[in-house]
Design a protein around this ligand. Sequence first.
Ligand SMILES: Cc1ncc(COP(=O)(O)O)c(C=O)c1O
Length: 404
Amino acid sequence: MISADFAPNESSSDAYAALLMLVRPWRWRKGKAIGRLKQKLKRIFGPYEVFLYLTGRAALYRVLQALSLAENSEVAVQGFTCEAVVLPLIELKLKPLYIDIEPQTFSMDIEDLKRKITPQTKVLVLQHTFGMLPKNREKILAFAKERDLLVIEDLAHGFYSFSSKTIDTKPQRSILLLSFGRSKSLSSVFGGAILSADEMVNKKLKEVEKASSYPSATFVWKALWYKPMAFFIKKTYDVYLGKVVHAVLNILQVVPREVSPIEKRGEFDPIFIKAYPNALAHLLLNQFKQFDQINANRLYAVSQYKSHFFKNKETSKPEPLIRFPLLSQDREKVIVTAKRKNLFIGRWYDQVVGPKELPLEKLGYQTGSCPVAENICSKILNLPTTVSQKEAERVLDIVALEAS
Ligand SMILES: Cc1ncc(COP(=O)(O)O)c(C=O)c1O
């Protein structure tokens, strides 16, 4: 099985780390891994204060709450995003201001931002889609400064280009949002962080941190089991065993879903607004040990896909993206054909606020207001990049004809 969605990051070493943690329940909530992880993130990103949460959406919720914005203040988000970005701000009685995207890096279009911004717009979420540096990042940061907007750079999909220091990443310029969900750049099954150098925000986040509750022991137990189970399922999927186990576990709902049924109805789910347990920090530190190898694999896959699909076109240098976006007129056929060969292609995002089931009217999106994003949503598919070299070649063999 090769999948963009299902446990792309899990290795035997992650499964082993999780099994060791499963038999040490006294270290699930508190322990040294939290401090070590904070230090690690500071080494990568610089002198920010680091706040950890159970999810990226909890991180976003807490930081928006700390800003104490007036009711109905607008938060500019791009119209090619997911529920985890939009639901926290609606819950806090803020309004999403949907900005269209540019088709090169699938990030905010500065011209549309300039057209739509109002005096009520106070915050801007600058999304690094698939881990790409937004094409207009510098211009957007400069514009935000001119208009006194607070920028949250959403690095949930990845931060390779951001942290490789080829750009100006001065801490005071923006607040950073990270996610360590199971389909992200690094996975501890659930996880998120805010990195901030804003003293007022940090003071408030510290107050909330003290009062935050942890997820239940059952929740942590399920998250820990996910790693060995996912590894087993992936390894045995092609001989049917994994397929059966996967189906059974789904029916039994052994692992909490990435998007809960409440969220799929377009409602905020407080179950994810919790503190980050030490057990998950331990898993994330283990992923960091493999990060160079993971990125080398991603880089290889992206280079292969780029040279195949964009042979004669001028493109940017390959980056280790978490998924490789491709537009196809015949998306459903490509996805169905690939699925028959146990290749699971992703659909980020097949709706301006994904996943597809979400009722957009509840999220304040007006159809037609982000035409570029809507068009891309109708054609996009994502090839998996967290794969071995052999797997990347297999992906190309399967997809090449249908998608071209
Ligand atoms: C662009 C973006 N930002 C933030 C998040 C929030 O991450 P989490 O799933 O950890 O809540 C996601 C999740 O998918 C995302 O896609």
